[in-house]
Write a protein that binds this ligand. Sequence first.
Ligand code: NCD
Length: 356
Amino acid sequence: MQTHNLIDLGDISKADLDEIIRLAAMIKANPSIFTDACHGKIMATLFYEPSTRTQMSFQTAMLRLGGQIIGFDNPSNASVAKGESLKDTIRVVSGYADVIVMRNPVEGSALAASMYSEVPLINAGDGGHLHPTQTLTDLVTLSAEKGSLENMTIGLCGDMKNGRTVHSLIKTLSKYKGNKFILISTPELQLPPYMLDVLRESGCPYSFSDSLEKSIAELDVLYMTRIQQERFRTAEEYEAQKGIYVLDKAKMALAKPDLIVLHPLPRVDEITVEVDDDPRAKYFAQAEYGMYARMALIITMLTGKADQDVPNGKVLDGRCCQNPRCVTRSEGYVPHLFYEKGGRSVCSFCDSLLEE
Ligand code: NCD
């Protein structure tokens, strides 16, 4: 693989991605062949934010490959609670482990951390920004359940604004031919501008919808998401958005017989439990595919020989990213780098547009 780290799935070539998806399917079919694939290797999981599936599936993945794990899932028990910078934590841990998996609420933190790591670093979610290993999970699920990653009408429903899984998924699936997107949400929770740029540039057709009921019959894939309560500024703003889109038996009755329903989980109230018994509901299978996806990723990262990645971008005299949730705002030593896109400057860490 060309890249040393996994920050954004876009860093991986399509050929490498196909290779990882194939490897995941092979592991699922023949797990016993891989029981020693990472013997003697250590993975550190640094979780600064709550997680069940992502953390446990990474840990199980490494254990099933014969490797070992260290790490924390409660930053209040780690040195960050004493004021340690991300850079220092990463420097220290990269001396202990062979691969680091990090989830952090700060946008762009994974890219920043990778600059100070001696070992491959995997982004397990950086705030509302990206979540590439969930997308890898989604791709492994789609290839197994649909047999292809092309020519699908994909409905994404719920929190398009704050849902990092949706951002990573659209970025990747828009590179496969023939895909069409229907973005189902309230106007307040629609995709952020940089994601709309991604869609525009990809040339994939996309449309907006405010009704799951009206759109469901068209879909080959329905990707439901949770309203991301923790990313709202006030309880009132969250209350105004929650419970608007609920997938239930009546809506499933309007859908194609070969629709598949995915959800990164955890579910709150956006899919009623009765839908779980519908054979088109694949979200629990998806969680299991995630373990195989991560096994394939760990093997690939630990056997890759690529050089350290360098963030793309340059310093602009005196300019700082304006996104208050960007890592350049909280970790003062991280350089303020920007890349050019359509004549505009964009933060290399969180992808926010720099306002003039
Ligand atoms: C997602 C996440 O953490 O972004 N969950 C996951 O990784 N399985 C989705 C969510 O929290 O809603």
